[in-house]
Design a protein around this ligand. Structure first.
Ligand code: SF4
Ligand code: SF4
Length: 185
């Protein structure tokens, strides 16, 4: 009986406009926001400091991709020859068939150059069988958007910052200990 009354009240509350916040979104008119940790399609990152892609075309991700959905080739980096870049090789061609990508993130885990990220892009349905083969300029565009949206810092830079902070904290603790020992003497 009590449950029936509760159910009727809920139905009444739902029927009266404005009494209850909507629990659904008008997707795709209103896009669903994603968390920072969300893993969408892989994309390539852009090094603003040079400027050029982080990717050197080393092929590590391509050799280890479980679905073999990536292909790439490298070239000599003209910016290295002119002294503007530390990268001797640079990506020349890159393609990912996103229809075959299973979003496993292995490519990101294995890249030693901070060159690839799991972006927030997840809406790329097409009617063509090969409509989701994405080339280098498009992968870089997705990557740049992800970098801007998340204030992306390269993982190796983050790791270095963490190491330095830990070393500074350790040195400060040792100094405090030494000062305390000196005061106790
Ligand atoms: S996320 Fe996985 S399947 Fe997709 S490109 Fe990277 S390694 Fe390949
Ligand atoms: S994304 Fe990373 S692992 Fe893949 S080819 Fe570029 S530099 Fe190598």
């Amino acid at each position: 009986m009590l449950n029936s009354v509760k159910g009727m009240m809920l139905t009444f509350a739902s029927a009266v406009k404005g009494m209850r916040k909507p629990v659904t979104r008008q997707y795709p008119t209103v896009p669903t926001p994603v968390q920072d940790r969300f893993m969408g399609f892989p994309a390539l990152t852009w090094d603003d400091a040079v400027p050029e892609p982080f990717c050197t075309g080393c092929m590590v991700c391509i050799r280890n991709c479980p679905t073999q959905c990536m292909s790439a080739s490298m070239m000599d980096n003209p910016l290295h020859e002119s002294g503007d870049s530390s990268r001797r090789k640079i990506i020349d061609y890159f393609e990912i068939n996103l229809n075959r990508c299973i979003l496993c993130g292995i490519c990101v885990e294995l890249c030693n150059f901070d060159a690839i990220v799991m972006s927030h892009e997840h809406e790329m349905s097409t009617y063509q069988r090969n409509g989701d083969r994405v080339d280098l300029p498009a992968l870089l565009e997705i990557g740049k958007k992800y970098q801007a949206d998340t204030n992306w810092i390269p993982p190796t830079v983050l790791a270095k910052q963490k190491q330095e902070a830990e070393a500074a904290a350790k040195a400060a603790a040792e100094e405090r200990e030494a000062a305390a020992a000196g005061a106790g003497e």
